[in-house]
Ligand binder design. Structure first.
Ligand code: MN
Length: 234
């Protein structure tokens, strides 16, 4: 195909304009975000595919939970850390350093929720559940009498938490304990070692179970708790 000679100048101008525009766009995309620090809080990937916990937790629920709620806490924590002396510190340290400071409440809430959620997603595994073995099984028997008594107490803690929060199993000295916390509160700030957590915020179950929090928790305990991961936290 041949263009008449009078086309060549406008064509050349058009080409130059396109090259300049595309190069400009590419350069603009490469520019880093305007921040003082690199992000402190990493967004941990889901340790399994988004649909792997079905039918107990749907892909729809997990997509929102990990992709929107958890991601939102991580993004907000990083935003609040810009220019803060805590930027660059490990996440657990940020949570502990801000817990008792009312002026740092927003940072504490978002940093603690980032930590709690990363831990929560790791506590679950597709086709898990069953019963723990070895040292963890022995510790559960010593602390609660039996596995059934233990899971009953854990379920009660989750059911009984009024409003949003978490049901935890923690190591306190040489015994396990079950504690519930409200909102973003976490045992990280109490010197007790978290070994398992269940999320009882409505966003964790409402799309699948609506108001049936206890049903959700029972199914999670029966089918999804990764007891090997729990044992690794002792
Ligand atoms: Mn949650």
């Amino acid at each position: 195909m041949r263009f008449p000679a009078w086309c060549s100048v406008p064509l050349l101008v058009l080409c130059c304009w396109m090259v300049a525009t595309l190069t400009g766009a590419a350069l603009a995309e490469e520019k880093p975000a305007v921040t003082d620090e690199q992000p402190t809080v990493a967004k941990e990937p889901l340790p399994y595919p988004q649909d792997a916990l079905e039918p107990v937790i749907s892909s729809f629920t997990l997509g929102f939970h990990h992709g929107k709620h958890y991601a939102g806490y991580v993004a907000k924590a990083n935003e609040l850390l810009q220019g803060s002396p805590l930027a660059g510190k490990p996440l657990a340290e940020i949570v502990q350093a801000t817990a008792a400071d009312p002026a740092q409440k927003a940072l504490f809430n978002n940093a603690a929720q980032a930590w709690n959620h990363a831990f929560y997603f790791r506590c679950l595994k597709p086709k898990a559940g069953g019963k723990p073995t070895g040292k963890l099984a022995k510790l559960i028997d010593e602390s609660f009498g039996s596995f059934e008594a233990f899971t009953g107490k854990l379920l009660e803690a989750g059911k009984g938490q009024f409003g949003s929060g978490w049901a935890w199993v923690v190591l306190d000295g040489d015994k396990l304990q079950i504690v519930a916390t409200a909102n973003a509160e976490t045992p990280l700030t109490t010197g007790k070692k978290p070994v398992l957590v269940l999320d009882v915020w409505e966003h964790a179950y409402y799309l699948d179970y609506q108001n049936r929090r206890a049903d959700h928790l029972q199914q999670v305990i029966n089918q999804l708790v990764d007891w090997e991961f729990v044992a690794s936290n002792l």
